[in-house]
Design a protein around this ligand. Structure first.
Ligand code: ATP
Length: 514
């Protein structure tokens, strides 16, 4: 655990030191769970968004984009269920006065049991060596089976109690499991209460005529209310999708863990409108397709897993999360939800407008079903950034900090470095920058010894360093060094564009989804 905490602390401090993420309003001691993206962070974030947009919208003939407003008519949130049901069950510890999400306390308890299972597996690997069969061990070892049964029964009971809004039983479960406050160690809990997560605000100048509004807690509803407009004006035929990226706001109770859980964050969502009855097929299709998108970034299949929901939201008939191994364990990164016709039907009811599709093949109208994929851009940023940050021991026993970002997402694709700050080398280096900047984001760096500049670019995640030296003046060649292998090669200046392009262009990365 200490190790995980250390790693996470390094992630946060590196993000600040290298201009990726700052605490919001830091000079006023910050605002809790609100963050700003700095000069490098904004580039990484934009590249992630573009990578998603390319894969989701531009590579699909039947998916189009949308940019709906953050403010929406307040009835939207009545129809969507957010006014009545967008609550988290919260519980306070009477001694530490800390507030927790009751379901998170129980989930964390289960995560601890899971660590025990992992320990048993590790022990068994040692004991049995080559002959070890993990699947067999997991399905026969009595201790592991006991742990698994405990996790399953705990989560099932929690799901049932939450579904039945039996908050007294959620508290009872916390007491029976003897869960204590991580801060004070005390088991002195208040009752569990529901807490609405939407931020309210007002539209209009005078108090008596002001209209109560909410900051949208998800981007999805902007898509639903525009469903018919897009379908008609884009002459879209089912199945088709509408995608958008944008800010969402939630007054989260447990707002720790850096940009994992923020009060203002960005979502990348796609709603896929389908014929009723085909939802199972599309649910499987989008689970698989979204996982392929993640894997195309090369961050390792072991770092992802599906988590199928037992407790379904009020709008869903099936739901699964893609979880990622963050420095603090496996947590939700993306949700794939089969939302039925809940939303469109609810908006029909509340608006009195028909939101149906006329199917020319079947010659009849129906309310489409919806398959949703929803990913947090900030969470994706954290997944990528934390996975990329590595300490390496080199052959000469020195260490280097390297940010092995997928190069398609790196803020800068190359840094151009004159070996010395004289003899016309800076001028040539700047010419190279001018040549490359049409195609890539490139940096120029002339300060400090070249070795230190390499280290700085490694820590910043820049895939290529291009060094201009005295030979460049003679034969128009430069040294190109790769961040990950540190291998250096002498190449002609005119070859640079192709070399960089081959490694960083979206095409070669997204091709891996095929
Ligand atoms: P969680 O269970 O972690 O609260 P959720 O199930 O409420 O998440 P959804 O409503 O399904 O999340 O939202 C879709 C995605 O939006 C999530 O998978 C996550 O990546 C992102 N997301 C949700 N809440 C936050 C937040 N407070 N900060 C950052 N990202 C978030």
């Amino acid at each position: 655990m200490a190790n995980q905490d250390d790693k996470f602390k390094k992630v946060i401090s590196h993000a600040k030191e290298y201009g990726y993420v700052f605490q919001s309003s830091e000079i006023y001691d910050g605002l809790s769970a609100v963050y700003d993206y700095a000069q490098n962070g904004v580039e990484l974030k934009k590249n992630i968004r573009d990578y998603w947009w390319k894969a989701m919208v531009q590579m699909h003939g039947n998916i189009v984009g949308l940019d709906a407003a953050i403010f929406m008519h307040p009835t939207t949130w009545k129809a969507s269920g957010h006014v009545d049901a967008f609550n988290d069950p919260l519980i306070d510890n009477k001694d530490s006065k800390k507030r927790y999400r009751a379901d998170v306390l129980i989930e964390d308890y289960c995560a601890k049991i899971e660590t025990k299972i992992e320990k048993e597996v590790k022990k068994a690997v040692k004991r049995f060596g080559e002959a070890f069969n993990k699947a067999e061990f997991m399905s026969t070892n009595p201790r592991v089976l006991g742990y698994q049964e405990k996790i399953e029964s705990t989560l099932a009971r929690m799901a049932k109690s939450l579904e039945n809004e039996d908050l007294a039983d959620v508290k009872l479960l916390i007491e029976e499991l003897e869960i204590s406050c991580p801060l004070s160690g005390s088991k002195n809990w208040t009752d569990v209460k529901q807490f609405n997560l939407m931020f309210g605000t007002k539209l209009g100048a005078s108090a008596e005529h002001a209209m109560d509004l909410y900051l949208r807690p998800e981007t999805a509803q902007g898509i639903f209310v525009n469903f018919l407009n897009v379908q008609k004006t884009g002459r879209m035929k089912i199945p088709f999708g509408i995608a958008q990226t944008g800010k969402a706001f939630r007054n989260e109770i447990v707002a720790r863990q850096f940009i994992f859980r923020m009060r203002e964050f960005e979502q990348m969502e796609m709603q896929f409108f389908i014929k009723p009855g085909t939802q199972k097929k599309w649910y499987e299709y989008w689970k698989e397709t979204r996982m392929k998108w993640h894997l195309s970034l090369g961050m390792g299949a072991d770092n992802y897993r599906f988590h199928d929901h037992e407790k379904l939201a009020h709008y869903a008939d099936a739901a699964s999360d893609i979880e990622f191994k963050f420095p603090f364990g496996f947590k939700e990164l993306e949700g794939i939800h089969s939302r039925t016709d809940f939303d469109l039907k609810a908006h029909e009811e509340h608006s009195g407008k028909k939101l149906q599709y006329f199917d020319h093949e079947d010659n009849k109208s129906y309310t489409p079903y919806v398959l949703e994929t929803s990913i947090g851009l900030d969470r994706m940023f954290l997944a990528i950034f934390s996975n990329a940050l590595q300490e390496e021991t080199l052959e000469n026993n020195t260490t280097r900090t390297v940010l092995k970002l997928p190069s398609v997402l790196a803020p800068f694709k190359a840094a151009v470095l004159p070996l010395v700050k004289k003899d016309g080398l800076p001028e040539i280096a700047k010419e190279i920058v001018d040549m490359l900047k049409w195609d890539f984001n490139v940096a120029y760096d002339e300060k400090d010894a070249v070795g230190r500049r390499y280290r700085r670019q490694d820590a910043n995640g820049t895939p290529f360093c291009i060094t201009v030296d005295h030979d460049t003046k003679k034969d128009n060649t430069v040294t190109i060094r790769h961040r990950d292998t540190m291998a250096q090669k002498r190449v002609k200046i005119e070859e640079l564009k192709e070399i960089i392009k081959e490694e960083v262009e979206i095409r070669s990365w997204l091709m891996k989804m095929k």
